[in-house]
Design a protein around this ligand. Sequence first.
Ligand code: PA5
Length: 423
Amino acid sequence: MIKFDATHAFLKESLSAYQEQVTACHEALMNKSGKGNDYVGWVEWPNQYDKNEIERIKECAKRMREQCEVFIVCGIGGSYLGARAAIEMMNGLYGKKEPEIIFMGNTFSSTYIAQVMDYIKDKEVCVNVISKSGTTTETSVAFRLLKQFMEAKYGDESAKRIVATTDKARGTLKALADAKGYETFVIPDDIGGRFSVITPVGLLPIAVAGINIDAILAGLKAAYDDLASADLSQNPAYQYAVCRRILQNADKNVEMLVTYEPNMTMVAEWWKQLFGESEGKEEKGVLPCSATFSTDLHSLGQFIQEGKKVLFETLLLCEKPLLDMEFPHDEEDNDHMNYLAGKSLDWVNKMACQGTLEAHEESGNVPNLIITIPDMSAKSFGYMCYFFFRACAMTCYLLDINPFNQPGVEVYKKNMFRLLGKK
Ligand code: PA5
């Protein structure tokens, strides 16, 4: 379902030279004997998720959809990026919004928070607060404001409009949810934040947005089956993982994930967290960054073509757009655009992609990897998530890094707490 093509990257090393290392890393992942082995619950999740829990998510989502015009997802990092990526990819940026989904708890910006609070004041609102630790400050700040707003607006009924997704036992949020009587969903102990879009963390908001979560789970399962082999020639996720290592060996220390669809911009943000937080340790790793073309060809295109040769591109292409339209003929043709009359806009987008690929790889000397998904469906989203999970774990294990922790994130928190006067 995903096609992977490395021929444009002109790799100096051969993929097959990595087979022995890949086999060892694959076994470590599957036997749970590798680094961070407490957090590999996502590997078997496509076979082991609790079907009753999925039904409860669907029932809760239905109830939320009936009650609200605005559904607030309050979380940060892995506790919101996947849901936002999925919803924007599948519903589009200006598509159906019943209810409208708004993301909070991912910033301290007073402007952002105050504007959201003002925007929702006369609307019917439900809230999903999501935090595995239950103590993340950005999320806690926003949730206190939301909780007070909901209690002032709905009184006791507010408890039926708030859902908490958190650890099964630990953390302030779990205690608060129990005390208030919120419905709760559990984030499994062995699945970390950036792998959690496939759990209630992602699935509840995605279901509230009207998307078929069974199809996401079917995509996950299809990817699990297709990507089961340690044999590099059979496993495109592992091919991608190895290509990243080969390109870094050739001094390409930056990977730019490129999409040609604005509604996949948040997929790239989700991917950046997945790879950045997993791999950026011990002064190792490729810096993940992203661009949406052709928009960003008018900003970053110059650097990519002629700037310092630090990066490679990974094109995340989609064969079929969500929607398409024909470019119209114009009798006057005073804009001289009739040469495109009768062509589909998606065809134009694809020609821009082809022209850019030629420009970047031939005269720009920028290696390109190409990942192609068939469409922007729920099944493809699920498949793509699992593809990137497998690739991420493999590429980190090849670097001898624990993909599943994020010790570096604590440093800013420590300083911030000192400055905020937290005891
Ligand atoms: O990937 C991760 O584990 C992190 O990015 C977390 O998702 C993020 O820090 C939010 O944490 P929590 O869900 O505990 O509020």
